[in-house]
Each structure stands twice: as C-alpha cells, then as structure tokens.
Design a protein around this ligand. Structure first.
Ligand code: SF4
Ligand code: SF4
Length: 172
C-alpha cells in the first residue's frame, strides 16, 4: 500500500479533534477582534450590526433609479432574466422647446418597481439602459421579514440615488 493510502487510515476521531481545534481557535481570535474593537485578533466574521463593513464603491448592493433620465423605453424590463422589473408609463404632450416649434410627446413614468425578492443581481438592467437611469449602489441594509416589502417602487428606487458613490452617479 502506498504512503498516501496509509494516511487515509487515520482514526476518524483525530480528524474531528483537528476540525474542532481550528473552529475553537478561530472563535477565540474573532472574539478577541470584536472585544478589542477591531485592534487585536482575526477578522473571520464581523459582529454585525454592531460592526458594519463598508463594501467597495462598485459593490452590487441595490439598484437606484434616476426618474428624470428614464424614457420608459422598457429595455431593462425586457432584458431582465428574472422578469422582476415592472414598468408602466404614458405619453404627455409638452410645449415646444422653442417658439414656433412643434409640441413634443414625452414618455412619463407611472410605475417602476424592482422586486428584490426575485432579482439575482446580474446587473443586465444597469448595463443595457441607454439613458443612464439605473445605477448600482453599495447599500445593503434593506432586508425584510416578508417578501412584499422587497418590491421597491419608483420613489424608493429614486431615494437610493442618494447612496450612489460620488463619481458613479448621474451627477458625475
Ligand atoms: S440585476 Fe438582473 S435580475 Fe436584477 S433587476 Fe436587473 S436585470 Fe433583473
Ligand atoms: S432601460 Fe433605462 S430608460 Fe429604458 S425603461 Fe429602463 S431605466 Fe428607463
């Protein structure tokens, strides 16, 4: 029998003890980290929500909508693999932009919802939007106990624009 085969014949108890040693050591080091406020020990986990990690600016936390930039073209909703974007709109006739011009028809949003209970955070909607109306923000604190509130309406999606990192938003 080869040497590697002999190694597999170790009594199973040793494997369990070895695993518990790793778990126990990691627990102590993490505990020390949390007690010292992040100065000592090992950060294996974070004592959330007492300690909050700041994700990188380009993290895919939640999608924000700039309502004024949206033309209700539906491209994002049609491209979404999960069919979790719901858009409704209507056309409004606006006055001509210059004297003597023709009145303009402008699409206006009535509804723009994203169901985050279905979203798989693929980012396709953000990529395909031709008018820069959708943005990722690193914000992640919007978990819910029920599925219903995971549907974010257009006002809530607009609110997320405040959390778009500088340089990544429409205002850049
Ligand atoms: S990130 Fe992907 S799954 Fe989520 S709404 Fe956008 S296209 Fe749909
Ligand atoms: S692709 Fe952009 S402009 Fe078109 S409906 Fe979606 S968010 Fe609005």
């Amino acid at each position: 029998m080869k040497l590697s085969g002999l190694r597999n014949l170790r009594p199973p108890k040793l494997g369990i003890l070895s695993g518990m040693r790793v778990t126990f050591t990691t627990m102590l080091r993490t505990w020390a980290f949390n007690l010292s406020g992040g100065k000592v020990g090992l950060r294996s986990t974070v004592n959330y929500p007492k300690i909050k990690e700041m994700p990188v600016p380009r993290a895919r936390g939640v999608i924000a909508l700039e309502q004024d930039a949206c033309t209700v073209c539906m491209l994002c909703a049609r491209s979404c693999p999960d069919w979790c974007i719901y858009i409704e709109g209507h056309k409004e006739i606006k006055p001509p932009s210059r004297p003597g011009g023709r009145p303009r028809a402008r699409a206006t949003l009535d509804r723009f919802d994203i169901d985050y209970a279905l979203c798989m955070y693929c980012g396709i909607c953000v990529e395909v939007c031709p008018f820069d109306a959708l943005f990722w923000t690193p914000e992640y604190e919007y978990s819910e106990y029920d599925m219903g509130p995971m549907m974010h309406d257009m006002d809530r999606l607009q609110d997320w624009m405040k959390t778009v990192p500088e340089g990544l938003g429409a205002q850049s």
